[in-house]
Design a protein around this ligand. Structure first.
Ligand code: G3P
Length: 215
């Protein structure tokens, strides 16, 4: 399972990158807005740290404008993946960009048929938002499961990128279902490596050793 970090904050990206197991980065306009820096400048900085796929979202909502903006995004760095909404216009733009060999990440996917259409359009990634579905009392991980079944049924090569992950249980469920990628905030990445019995176990080992042999 590939692990991306979901942030536009450079310190968080550096910290995750230093773990040695980071495969990519996702950003969106809300995350960039929190940083208060120009979008292209920040994406260029991120691409100097991470050589894997870095998703940069277009602001356009109409197909031709999305295609034009997607091509501008690709000028930032060769590892940019153009992030487009999973709409009718997004599907058209996805197909046009895919035909030119440009990778796309189809975002804001909330139902399995959106995922099927973007796969047919040649998307590199599809981003189902599981936390936001849970927020409205739907089952976010059930969507991941449905998309996995459809993609396997028809051998679609689009990768399922589980997004809007809020806690380790989301991550565990996505891994069991077989999501190809998960994009996760730094805080959740850290939670994945935590267990109170690990901490107390270390303390006990060290105390037992010190009791027998001194420090
Ligand atoms: O980057 C897209 C997605 O991961 C957003 O997550 O927490 O804003 O629903 P969230």
């Amino acid at each position: 399972m590939e692990l991306y970090i979901d942030t536009a904050n450079l310190d968080e990206i550096k910290e995750a990158h230093d773990l040695g197991i980071l495969d990519g980065v996702t950003t969106n306009p809300s995350l960039i807005a929190k940083e208060g820096v120009p979008y292209t400048d920040r994406l260029a900085e991120i691409c100097q740290i991470v050589t894997g796929p870095v998703s940069m979202e277009v602001l356009a909502v109409e197909a031709d404008a999305m295609i034009a903006e997607g091509k501008i995004c690709m000028e930032v760095a060769p590892n940019i993946v153009v992030k487009l909404p999973s709409t009718i216009d997004g599907i058209k733009a996805c197909k046009a960009l895919a035909d030119e060999g440009i990778k796309t990440n189809m975002t804001l996917c909330f139902q399995a048929m959106q995922a099927m259409l973007v796969a047919k359009a040649g998307a590199y990634l599809v981003s189902p938002f599981i936390g936001r579905l849970d927020d409205i009392s739907q089952d976010g991980t059930e969507l991941i499961s449905q998309i996995r079944t459809i993609y396997d049924n028809y051998s679609f090569e689009t990768k399922i990128l589980a997004a809007s992950i809020r806690h380790p249980k989301h991550m565990l469920e996505c891994a069991l279902i077989g999501a190809d990628v998960a994009t996760v905030p730094l805080q959740v990445i850290k939670q994945l490596a935590k267990h109170p019995l690990t901490d107390s176990g270390i303390e006990r080992f060290l105390a037992d050793y010190a009791g027998a042999f001194g420090k």
